[in-house]
Design a protein around this ligand. Structure first.
Ligand code: ATP
Length: 326
């Protein structure tokens, strides 16, 4: 399990990660979503001890990564800018890494096979495509058979087969009871890969929880209703407390009651209904709404209260967006 508590990272005057708290549970795939520069990589680097928090703390299975006696066996990480000697073969790179952790060659051959690198394992890493490099990075992360995996944008540069392979691999690893924390900016991919989400915008957590709750909490579920007496039905629904959007084509988008409740209300009033369709906003919509909120709050002089309870919170003031890294 990964537990981050009030994790904050400042680089000079810039706050990259701002009072971030979340839990990544074992046996589940947790997606870490956010736009470019939101603070995902910085957070992940702090999880594996490559960056020190300015304040707050993060523990992996109860202790700071730096205190771990056998880090590779506890946490497997794929992070950006992995240093691999270009002249080495994939196999010798993995062997060298394994040797420093007392891991035998048999395990190297195992992860090479698991990651689909067998055919290219003796080739120089310098000639690898981006996708092959990603597979090699994942192979290195799996080397120590760790309980916890931290993968920063693992599907970056992979072809569709590779993307599917990552999805199946992380699912399998989570099903074995491991903790899997995986960052991505691909919402659609996370919708089918992750069980839980931590969504970050401008260094702050704007939502977290099971995928369905995060998506449902933003604009959330609605019911599309068509009726020849839409005006009358609309008034009736509003009087019962529903929130309503009247579309130009005459349809009503109803929030609050579910489809059954809308249908019952219409039936009770003897109003015919020609369509009654439950709708879920997509993860993409949810993400746009959540991260747009974060941007709005950052530029608003007196930010409004978050519309989703303890979910979205104001981002820190005046932080410049997307500047070059120091
Ligand atoms: N070493 C550093 N020195 C100064 N600023 C940094 C450093 N590392 C990151 N930042 C800044 O911190 C913020 C968060 O960056 P980070 O790379 O964590 O975001 P990200 O969500 O991983 O983005 P991306 O998807 O683009 O990689 C950015 O504004 C970035 O420029």
């Amino acid at each position: 399990m990964i537990v981050a508590e009030h994790l904050t990272k400042r680089y000079g005057g810039r706050t990259a990660v701002d009072d971030v708290s979340f839990t990544v549970e074992p046996g589940r795939v947790t997606g870490f979503l956010g736009p470019n520069g939101a603070g995902k990589s910085t957070t992940m680097r702090m999880v594996v001890g490559l960056d020190r928090p300015t304040s707050g703390r993060v523990t992996v299975d109860g202790r700071a990564y730096a205190d771990s006696p056998a880090p590779l066996q506890e946490v497997g990480a794929l992070l950006e800018a992995r240093a691999v000697h270009p002249g080495r073969s994939a196999r010798s790179h993995l062997r060298a890494l394994a040797a420093t952790h007392g891991i035998g060659d048999a395990r190297v051959d195992e992860v090479v096979a698991m990651t689909g690198l067998s055919a290219v394992a003796r080739r120089r890493v310098g000639g690898f495509s981006l996708g092959m490099g990603q597979r090699l990075g994942i192979a290195a992360a799996l080397l120590g058979d760790p309980r916890v995996l931290v993968l920063d944008e693992p599907v970056n540069g992979l072809d569709p087969e590779g993307v599917r392979w990552v999805r199946q691999t992380v699912r399998h690893l989570a099903d074995e009871g491991r903790t899997v924390f995986i960052s991505s900016h691909l919402m659609s991919e996370m919708a089918i890969t992750a069980d839980d989400l931590v969504v970050i915008g401008r260094g702050r957590v704007v939502a977290q929880g099971p995928v369905r709750d995060v998506v449902g909490g933003v604009g959330g579920a609605s019911v599309l209703v068509r009726s020849p007496r839409a005006g009358e039905l609309g008034s009736l629904l509003e009087r019962s407390g529903a929130r309503l959007e009247r579309r130009d084509d005459g349809a009503l988008v109803v929030r609050g009651p579910d489809a059954a409740a809308v249908g019952d209300l219409a039936a009770g009033a003897g109003i015919a209904v020609h369509e009654l369709t439950p709708q879920q906003s997509s993860l993409e919509d949810a993400f746009m709404t959540l991260t747009a909120d974060a941007v709005e709050y950052a530029t608003s002089p007196s930010p409004p209260a978050g519309p989703h309870g303890s979910g979205p919170r104001p981002a820190g003031p005046g932080r410049p967006d997307e500047e070059a890294r120091a």
